[in-house]
Design a protein. Sequence first.
Length: 259
Amino acid sequence: MALPVLALDFDGVLCDGLNEYFTVSAKVYRELCPEIGCTGNLEPLREWFYRLRPVITHGWEMPLLLHGLMAGEDIQAMESAWPQVQQRLLRETGWTAQDLGQRVDEMRDAWIARDEQEWLSLHEFYGGVVAQVQRWLTTTPFQPVIVTTKQERFVQALWSGVGVTWPEQWLYGKTLAQPKTQILQKLHQQYGVIGFVEDRWEALTAVQQVPALQNIPLFLATWGYNTPAQAQSARQLGIQPLNLGEFCDPQSPWCRGND
């Protein structure tokens, strides 16, 4: 008998990749703008990049966000109206989402091929996550499933680095080229979904707009890439905010699968 599934985002829920995001974005930016990037000190932009990470939906946006910071774009405008700023920056630079995404992926692939341990060291699984995931994979009456916009090969490389074997059939990533709502619908129809844990506000509210998914419990990972204001208003929209301690506590009742 098939087990129900617990759907999990990867970045911002299981793994903290902020250091890697900034470092890879800086390398790509230096390629795109050698006349600026190679001479400019990008390090002072790191904290602003971290603060603005919640506005990013896809990896290709990261070098563009860094370019906006380097070009002196208004921080509040980037924070409140990133989609509009993003499109304007694409027009001004002539860059495309496809090219930026390819550059980011190729930069990661080359880095992993050159020194995988160095690349892995830029990531950190949130405290308690690895032990909790290992429990879920072996002892719980549900199947943990990752639904992410990250390339599957990068996810598997990170799990391998901490000694976790994640079943390939339960990893739904970028190569599927499907929105998370579509993946969740298929999982829900086939197995039933007991919960979806996501740190990105837009992804959770998108799920709420799909009639077939309106009965799925939604959880906001407040330790990830979202804002305090989003966490405060989550309950009003029927989204349960979770802190990391609750998420990693095997006795916590937040997930029905722990009953």
